[in-house]
Design a protein around this ligand. Structure first.
Ligand SMILES: [Zn+2]
Ligand SMILES: [Zn+2]
Length: 243
């Protein structure tokens, strides 16, 4: 299984730097995890949009889903032009507005999930954990060929995240805030929270993501590593991780 970081900025994109998006691939099957602001343009550096048929949205904040409308329209146009032949399947928390938006566009389909769901998407088995965040949001675990990726999306720290992320081959953990800031009140994690999760879950490799637009990002890594897991780095647009 491969994971390409498409974008990783929290809240809003940077110049040429998209928000949340991760391309997961195995044996020719591609799954896009989140489709935040700026992702659709950046994604085309790595893959033809018509070669992805599955998009999972972890929640409906713009930095995680705002490019899905354009993606749906691209599938409509490219199907009519004969360049795409399969539906674009969008998965997300149940939401009438999103379901209508997806189903209003031909050649696309919506499927909702919750904490009890297990989605089988090609070779990927996807399970979910409800997060602590102002809107319904899920962490996701993707298992494929005996490897696992856990993506926290947006959440405050909770001890049950440690179980959910236990022994993952790749943990992509949000790290919106610097150590000492208020994660609990904001629905996000500090670098210390992310470090505790990385250490206690025994994740083999860790990417800090959903990064803040201020401060020295290297301080996040230093702070997270202090909790005991040395295999922690910053997510960066374009990096490819082979598992
Ligand atoms: Zn976010
Ligand atoms: Zn959010």
């Amino acid at each position: 299984m491969e994971c390409r970081v498409v974008g990783m900025w929290g809240g809003f994109p940077k110049k040429n730097g998209p928000c949340s998006g991760y391309l997961i691939q195995h044996e020719g099957i591609s799954l896009l995890l989140d489709c935040g602001s700026g992702v659709l343009s950046e994604l085309q550096n790595y893959i033809d949009l018509n070669d992805i048929n599955h998009v999972i949205l972890t929640h409906y904040h713009y930095d995680h889903f705002s490019d899905i409308g354009s993606y749906l329209f691209s599938r409509l146009v490219n199907t009519q032009l004969g360049r795409a032949s399969e539906e674009l399947c969008v998965y997300g928390p149940a939401d009438d507005g999103m379901q209508k938006q997806v189903e209003a566009v031909a050649y696309s389909r919506f499927t909702s999930f919750n904490e009890k769901s297990q989605l089988e998407i090609g070779p990927f088995t996807c399970t979910f954990k409800r997060n602590i965040h102002p809107v319904e949001t899920y962490s996701i675990k993707i298992v494929c060929d005996s490897k696992s990726i856990v993506f926290t999306s947006d959440t405050s720290f909770t001890p049950d995240l440690i179980d959910f992320a236990s022994n993952s081959d790749l943990l992509i953990t949000e790290c919106s805030l610097y150590e000492g800031m208020d994660g609990e009140g904001s629905g996000h994690m500090t670098s210390k929270d992310a470090g505790i999760l990385a250490y206690q879950s025994k994740a083999k490799r860790v990417l800090l993501t959903h990064l803040p637009h201020y401060g020295d990002l290297n301080d996040l890594v230093v702070s997270a590593k202090k909790q005991g897991n040395p295999n922690i780095e910053l997510a960066e647009s374009g990096i490819l991780i082979n598992l």
